[in-house]
Ligand binder design. Structure first.
Ligand code: 13P
Length: 307
């Protein structure tokens, strides 16, 4: 089955009170692990590629990996650009066959964010491609971009932004953040703000970035086997499940896949010092990706059986 648009997926998720996982991919084992999990759970999937991942793997490799991944399955799968930094990159991936793009102008002054988002929307919509935009700012580290402060999304501004840009879905800031260090104090999300946005923008799928839960068993595994990620903490799974039951239709997960892979590889290396065939450690790492994605589908997203 060819790649699909997220349009129907989100409409069903919105009506059904669940969300679709958007999992970041960089290489073959990650693509395979996610696809295996989606098949095991019969769940719709979004595989997303950041500008950094595109640079690392190469757009052609990613497109060909996706073609191979889709060859023997009817699972609905979206290929999405995560945090598109400019019009040119959005255009390149649209021309290359991506079915969804995010243009991220959240760091720009408001009017400029509107102007740039509109430009991407015009190009994408003329080619049947979905556009996610962002308003507000998440703290944390995303690729090379670090932000120290949260700027929560203003609901009235969100309504104005979506109306004026024509974007299809909106990423908002309600307390999540990128990376492995999300909360110093008690973890919480601003559900009142989410409800207000949803009330002002009925039917518009909302996106949560920075939504890894940083499972403590993987933090411990990393730290036990020579890693150094002290005090890493994520968004509790029950808070995310609650968001998924509301207007949130897409939940972005990158850090948890990285942690699961790296912890598993570290453990394998420590326990098998004589191994030097990459297949020996990438096989359990790929299984760890699959298990992490299945865990997300069941505990967080609620999209098992929704393909
Ligand atoms: P995490 O760092 O919480 O996994 O978030 C990833 C993300 O939002 C990618 O856009």
């Amino acid at each position: 089955m060819p790649l699909v648009s997220p349009k129907d997926m989100f409409a069903k998720a919105y009506a059904g009170g669940y969300a679709i996982g958007a999992f970041n991919v960089n290489n073959m084992e990650i693509v395979q692990g996610i696809m295996e999990a989606g098949k095991a759970e019969n769940a719709p999937l979004i595989l997303q590629v950041s500008a950094g991942a595109r640079k690392y793997a190469g757009q052609n490799y990613i497109i060909k990996l996706m073609e191979a991944a889709l060859q023997d399955t009817d699972l609905p799968v979206v290929l999405h650009l995560d945090h598109g930094p400019n019009f040119e990159l959005c255009k390149d991936v649209i021309d290359g066959g991506f079915t969804s793009v995010m243009y991220d102008g959240s760091h720009l002054p408001y009017e400029e964010n509107i102007e740039q988002t509109k430009r991407v929307v015009e190009y994408a919509h003329a080619r049947g491609v979905w556009v996610e935009a962002e308003l507000g700012r998440l703290a944390g580290v995303e690729e090379d971009v670090k932000s120290d402060e949260h700027i929560y999304t203003d609901p009235d501004q969100a309504k104005d932004f979506v109306t004026r840009t024509g974007c299809d879905s909106l990423a908002i800031a309600i307390g999540t953040s990128h990376g492995a260090y999300k909360f110093k104090g008690e973890p919480k999300l601003d559900f009142d703000r989410l409800d207000k946005v949803a009330q002002l923008l009925p039917g518009v799928p909302i996106v949560l970035h920075g939504a890894s839960s940083v499972p403590q068993e993987f933090v411990e595994m990393c730290n036990t086997y020579g890693g150094h990620v002290p005090g890493a903490r994520g968004v509790p799974e029950d808070l995310l499940r609650r968001a998924a039951s509301k207007a949130v239709c897409k939940i972005n997960i990158d850090t948890d896949i990285r942690l699961a892979m790296t912890a598993t590889i570290r453990k394998h290396m420590a326990e098998n010092p004589a191994d030097f065939d990459p297949r020996q450690y990438l096989t359990p790492a790929r299984t760890a990706v699959k298990e992490m994605v299945q865990r997300k589908i069941k505990n967080v997203l609620g999209c098992s059986g929704k393909a």
